[in-house]
Design a protein around this ligand. Structure first.
Ligand code: DLL
Length: 426
């Protein structure tokens, strides 16, 4: 589809969405009126930038169903965003919304090479998290044989992979590495499995982590991106060229903004992604600020598709640590650690404030017992890692090396950053 044609469709759908939220959702009506906007103000796509942003706070304040744009009897499913504390954000779907969502996840898995010949094992949790159900229906629509095993019980996951001839694994990238680790411990030769594609998403992961997954699981590891507030998985996903996530632009308009000023950036500039839904009935979102950092590329892809692509997410604005004035993304630390021989792909980042100074502590787990002795060898290894981290981050890091198998493995999204700066010292 040409960009002109796409933009025609987007404008028509944007007008439809703006009208609906204005007439059906008091929160949007109030906000629009405060900004002096009426639905008729949207005459071109460029007018989008006059609409106010929607933040996670807005969604929380309207917990649970306050932003639904249809009567509750038309809602057939709810999901909720992840997050362990406070009120979750609840999102709703009409029957039409579920149909669209299924089309989009089917489109996304097809991009990654899944066909009706595949056996797709879904190791995402089924539940309020959108990962399990979202991929489930899309994979079925793409014709794959779906194994809805859900997350956890890793030995069973491996047994099913062997017995059912699983060809596609669907999980968080961090969980896939744990599956590889357990397989190695159980003496299973992963190259003898039929696995060929990994559909990974739900959390940030680096190119270095991708290489590690591809070599240990013998798959083409593709990344897909989504968020409950916007729909769930299916918002964007990589094709087999792995060069950016194709965005479902016929259903969502993406903008990148400067997270500090809110100013809209040109395609190609790095900033915070902002999404506006174009076809959602139950839970439309206008200019939702994701806090995810990426950049948009509008060049057609080698695969022939013409949708804009977003680069792999570098991290979230609220995950960026400012340590003594230096900005540090956890992904920068991951990139360094993944290239060092002798450590496992698990790490934890702790941030403390001691004597009014911020301190970054990184826990890394070695995967070879022989590195523990003699002590001088361990010291040299530790100095080497510290120096590598310093060369990328430009700050000194306190490094703690821990024994193999001691850092927590997660069957879902890995929690790696712990910020203790608000807590009393001691
Ligand atoms: O994680 C939806 C999803 C499920 C996407 C399964 C892909 C696969 P939430 O739980 O609402 O929804 O979390 C959304 O997770 O704002 C990002 O910060 C992060 N995230 C999701 N996918 C990626 C990815 C689902 N591929 C939040 N790369 C988003 C980086 C991701 N971050």
């Amino acid at each position: 589809m040409s960009r002109n044609h796409l933009e025609e469709i987007q404008l028509k759908r944007l007008k439809w969405t703006v009208n609906r939220v204005y007439n059906n959702v008091p929160h949007y009506k109030d906000k629009f009126e405060k900004s002096g906007i009426a639905p008729e103000s949207i005459k071109s796509l460029a007018d989008l930038r006059h609409l106010p942003f929607t933040t996670k706070e807005d969604l929380r304040n309207n917990y649970p169903f306050g932003l639904f744009a249809v009567p509750q009897r038309e809602i057939v499913r709810v999901h909720a965003s992840s997050g362990t504390t406070g009120r979750p954000v609840v999102v709703g779907y009409t029957a039409n919304d579920l149909n669209t969502w299924t089309d989009l996840t089917a489109r996304m898995v097809t991009l990654a090479g899944v066909t009706s010949d595949d056996v797709a094992q879904i190791a995402f949790n089924y539940g309020l998290f959108t990962g399990g159900f979202g991929l489930h229906y899309g994979l079925e629509r793409a014709g794959a044989l779906v194994v809805p095993v859900s997350g956890g019980n890793t030995e069973r996951q491996l047994m099913l992979m062997q017995d059912f001839g699983t060809t596609v694994l669907i999980s968080t990238p961090s969980y896939s590495l744990y599956i590889a680790e357990v397989a190695e411990k159980m003496g299973i030769d992963i190259s003898s499995l039929k696995l060929k594609i990994g559909l990974f998403g739900g959390e940030p992961w680096t190119e270095e982590m991708r290489k590690e997954i591809e070599s240990r699981l013998h798959v083409l590891a593709t990344d897909n991106y989504g968020l409950s507030e916007v729909m769930g998985p299916g918002v964007a996903g990589e094709c087999t060229y792995q060069c950016g996530h194709h965005i479902a632009e016929d259903h969502f308009i993406v903008e990148t903004i400067d997270p500090e000023t809110g100013e809209v950036l040109e395609p190609g500039q790095e900033g915070e992604l902002v999404f506006t839904s174009l076809t959602k009935e139950a839970f439309p979102v206008i200019r939702f600020r994701t806090k995810d950092i990426s950049r948009i590329n509008q060049e057609p892809c080698q695969c022939g598709r013409t949708t804009a692509r977003m680069r792999k997410v570098v991290g979230r604005t609220d995950d960026m640590l400012i340590i003594r004035g230096v900005n540090v993304f956890p992904s920068q630390i991951e990139s360094v650690l993944m290239t060092i021989e002798g450590i496992s792909p698990y790490y934890v980042i702790n941030v403390h404030r001691r004597n009014f100074l911020d301190e970054l502590e990184v826990l890394v787990e070695i995967n070879r017992e022989d590195l523990l002795e003699p002590y001088s060898k361990l010291e040299d290894f530790s100095a080497y890692i510290r120096q590598k981290l310093h060369s990328v981050l430009s700050i000194n890091v306190r490094l703690k090396i821990v024994q193999p198998g001691t850092l927590e493995r997660s069957a879902g999204k890995a929690k790696r950053v712990f910020d203790y700066r608000d807590q009393p010292e001691g």
